[in-house]
Design a protein around this ligand. Sequence first.
Ligand code: ZN
Length: 437
Amino acid sequence: MKAGLVYTGTREIENGWVHVRHGEIIEVGSGPPPHAGEVVDEPNCVAMPGLVNAHDHMYQWATRGYVADGTLFEWLRALYPVWARIDADTVRIAARAAMARLLLSGCTLSTDHHYVFPHGRPGIFEALVDAARELGLRFHPCRGSMSLGESKGGLPPDSVVEDEDAILAHTEAMIERYHDPEPGSMCRVVVAPCSPFSVTPQLMRDSAVLARRRGVRLHTHLAETLDEERFCLEKFGRRPVELMEDLGWVGEDVWYAHGIHLSDAEVDRIAEVKTGIAHCPSSNMRLGAGACRVEDLVRAGARVGLGVDGAASNEDANLAMEAHQALLLARVRSSPRSLDARTAWRLATRGGAECLGRDDCGTLEPGKCADIACFRVDDLAHAGIKDLVAGLALAPPARAQTVVVDGRVVVRGGRLLTADEDEVARDIAATSRRLAG
Ligand SMILES: [Zn+2]
């Protein structure tokens, strides 16, 4: 792969190249490239590490545009009954749309936090894994869960919560079937109860024990809204982070989505224990949840990645846009020097890889996975722009020109090679209409 500018994550190499073999980066350099069987030449592009999506709910691609002006709890209460109608087919179609959009935006590694498993609808988790294989996305599916229904003081209706023993058994079965811990892995399974207001403390504890016994990671929503903080204080007498400490949910094998409402001490504690934060600026702004203290977390040395979050609270899945939003939102919170473009790209690449536990992803260096995103800088939006790396964060590209995952070209000329984009769009339109009832 040759490009006008190769941005490795730390170095910027003009007329650079990345030499790839068997899905792995062998060498990065400039000048005449080594001989290669296949050459992708993008002289008008910036090539950078493939973007990493650290938080998502792909099934929500089928429920975009609902409760356009509500808070998180209002939005959730309206959507739970719609989500209760999903099945494996809905999830497959929604995931194909979400993954297609992610790949087209330059994302090469994504998690998905799936926590809606309506009774008697098998095959949902399997549908997610199959979609990622089909489209060629490196994938970390989270087996999410909800067990605390309304009748027990939780937020979701009883119709969408599951029995806790069944959750744990199914989670372990999915780890057994799909989890690949090896370097270069295309699929790793994560244990992920949904949130403090939709599962019991016992399920959180049991999930942590299961994950550590199997050597897999833990993920949940935390400190997203002040409503959640009030819920935790009223029901458990603890702030969200305190509750996680009680339940064994801290450490470098854990990452939280959002982490907005944190005290100074909590910011320091999260950095100290190396727990990750997936910052989702578009979703947070869409729901008016608040602004994550990204610059404070970064300064404290915390692991911070970026996520698009589910498309019901972001309506798109463009990681470059999230880098842009993170940059601007941090500046609204404090000053134009609070977050610079290169740090925003670091969050969108290496920061997300750290949240997901991937030391083999997130930079363009020898020995790393060959996951590369190329963005045009000769199009109308970017032609002539000074400082290409900063320019791409300030004017985020709508789509990538070329995307390589595991050494395989999956997007070329801005078009997806692994699925028919127009067919994916037609399918999701029909499914969204059906689900709306
Ligand atoms: Zn979420």
